[in-house]
Design a protein around this ligand. Structure first.
Ligand code: ADP
Length: 299
């Protein structure tokens, strides 16, 4: 089921074009990566989704219907510009966030305390916001965004600036959302995170959608026909294996000759008597795909 559909979105700020007709679907229950270089139009797209700005043309469908203000209770948003400068206690601010999304104050407060536990900050409940460190403040805001359990949540660079332990903690929260059938749109520049977490991506460049698809499928699409092979003993010469190169760790990197599939090479090697421990088609890293596609756009 498609939970968010962007349909022909166009937006300019004065004479500056930001989106030039962007359409794509976000399926329900996925962690969806929204990628693109600075200035590509990601924030503009998100602001249109959140009804903060209007598109010049096009529309957003949510839950299969044209988006209305009533839908906004079912959306969560962690913007990139963060920072809550206030003397109010943490739990009060979080309770307020939940109440904005339609929770009763009592329920919202209960969840705020539960979410402070989840982000390993139960001791800060009564602290004033201004006393939080940057990382603490970031986790509090993530918790405040997620505590209403929004069906669709947009998180703009949620882990930037966090240490590896906290990055993992936040990633686990997103995986838990997916397990519960919730949809998360993750805007990030961290391509390792995309590979680790995202089911699908949309890459925007200069206001246009340039790559869209499941992460594995996109990586295969941009991959060279290469495999990595660990073999006991020598690698037998076979016609399908072009230019084998042995890496420092002893594994082989082999280009598959024109048009053949990895399975063909594997069969040929086994028939030639190779004792294969590992055979992995090499997928293009998301970072390479990003650099290639964005670089082509600049050329
Ligand atoms: P991203 O989030 O991918 O970095 P943005 O959506 O913020 O991209 O920006 C897309 C383009 O629109 C950029 O050229 C940017 O300079 C321009 N832009 C964004 N917001 C405004 C604004 N409020 N006024 C004028 N231009 C803007």
């Amino acid at each position: 089921m498609i939970i968010v559909a962007f349909d022909g979105l166009t937006k300019s700020y004065g004479h500056t074009p930001a989106l030039g007709g962007v359409s794509f679907d976000v399926p329900s229950g996925e962690i969806f990566g929204l990628l693109g270089p600075n200035g590509a139009g990601k924030s503009t797209l998100i602001r249109i989704l959140m009804d903060i700005i209007r598109p010049d043309e096009g529309r957003v469908l949510l839950f299969g219907e044209p988006r209305t203000r009533a839908h906004l209770d079912r959306l969560g948003y962690l913007p990139e510009e963060r920072g809550l400068y206030t003397k109010l206690p943490v739990v009060e601010v979080m309770t307020y966030f939940g109440a904005l999304k339609g929770l009763t104050r009592a329920e919202s407060r209960r969840r705020a305390l539960e979410w402070l536990e989840k982000v390993e900050l139960p001791h800060v409940a009564s602290w004033k916001i201004e006393r939080l460190s940057k990382g603490m403040s970031q986790k509090v805001q993530i918790a405040a965004t997620l505590l209403s359990d929004p069906e669709v949540c947009v998180l703009d660079e949620p882990t930037t600036g966090l240490d590896p332990v906290n990055v993992r903690l936040v990633q686990d929260l997103l995986v838990e959302r997916r397990r519960n059938g919730r949809t998360t749109i993750l805007s990030t520049h961290q391509m390792n995170q995309v590979e680790a977490l995202c089911d699908r991506v949309a890459l925007i460049n200069q206001g246009k959608l340039v790559v869209y698809g499941e992460v594995g499928e996109v990586r295969r699409r941009y991959s060279r026909p290469e495999v990595r092979i660990a073999v006991r003993g020598p690698l037998p010469p076979v016609a399908l294996a072009v230019a084998p190169v042995q890496e420092d760790d002893g594994t082989w990197r082999v280009t598959i000759s024109n048009g053949a599939q990895p399975g063909d090479l594997l069969r040929a090697l086994v028939e030639a008597g190779a004792a294969i421990d590992r055979f992995e088609p090499m997928l293009a890293p998301m970072e390479d795909i990003f650099l290639r596609v964005v670089g082509e756009g600049r050329a």
